[in-house]
Design a protein around this ligand. Sequence first.
Ligand code: HEC
Ligand code: HEC
Length: 270
Amino acid sequence: MLNQAHLLWKRLMYVSALPFILTSLPSLAEDAGALYNTPYDVSLGERYFERQCSRCHGFDAKGNDETGAPDLTGRLNRASNEVGIFNVIRNGVPGTAMLPVDSDLPDTQVWQLVAYIESLRYDPNSVQLDGSADSGLALFQGKGECASCHMVRGNGGRLGPDLSRVGESTRPEDLMVAITNPHEDVDPRWWTLEITGPDGITRSGFRMGEDSFSVRIMDTDSNLWSYQKNDIRSIERIERSTMPSYDGSMSENELDDLVAYLFSLRREEN
Ligand code: HEC
Ligand code: HEC
């Protein structure tokens, strides 16, 4: 009796679990890819690539005839999307010099490699944008006051990330999200701490450094404040962006112009 019930239970589990696994696994994997493709992830992926992959694929990832490792900057043979690239890196290509990565390597790092490879395959010249980069530049420095927070090639503020090369690693649709919905996906580097010190005064700023005993923040006037943790009366972490949303304060055309300008920001060719 017990056994029969057990068997039935197992069968039910099997029948109900299978479609769930089949339909949800690929989308989970894609979600994971979308989580680890910020410019920061791309740069970590690049660093790892230089150490572990470049000896075969070359520093520029353009392949190497001697090792037989193919060019990774164009269309790939063995993968047509991020999940496919992930699988090639994770499992290798059996019977070739392309070995699986170390099984201890966390998925996060494999996704960062994928993000780096994806960033190479992205040909900016193939992208058609509605906006004008020149008008976008004028908005960036003028009406939008973006430059008060963002640095581009050494000019601008430090209250947001340096955007000098943001176009290399960020797609136009993601740039649009960054401007219209800045609170999505805020990197911890840009979270705000609100700290009430022993003097009862509350100050807020970006978290610049922290150890077991102390924490340092930088306020919007670029003043640094350092607190001993056991002196702090209260501390609150705000995970929203300090950047305002421009959805509404800019017209659709203006938003397109800003995206076109940001997308044009890449490494300067000498
Ligand atoms: C020992 C040399 C070697 C090393 C190291 C190596 N690869 Fe490869 N890789 C190859 C070869 C050879 C192939 C082609 C395999 C085949 O398809 O026949 C390949 C294929 C690939 C492909 C598929 C290309 C396509 O067109 O589909 C990807 C992606 C890739 N490698 C990424 C990486 C990454 C990322 C690393 C570092 C973690 C790495 N490789 C390290 C030799 C290497
Ligand atoms: C008050 C300061 C401030 C202003 C003004 C501001 N930003 Fe930002 N911006 C930030 C901060 C902080 C972040 C990082 C947190 C986040 O992702 O929102 C950021 C993030 C971004 C990002 C994402 C960068 C990345 O590496 O992913 C883009 C793109 C951007 N801002 C563009 C703009 C544009 C265009 C304007 C003007 C229309 C603007 N910002 C105005 C502070 C500002």
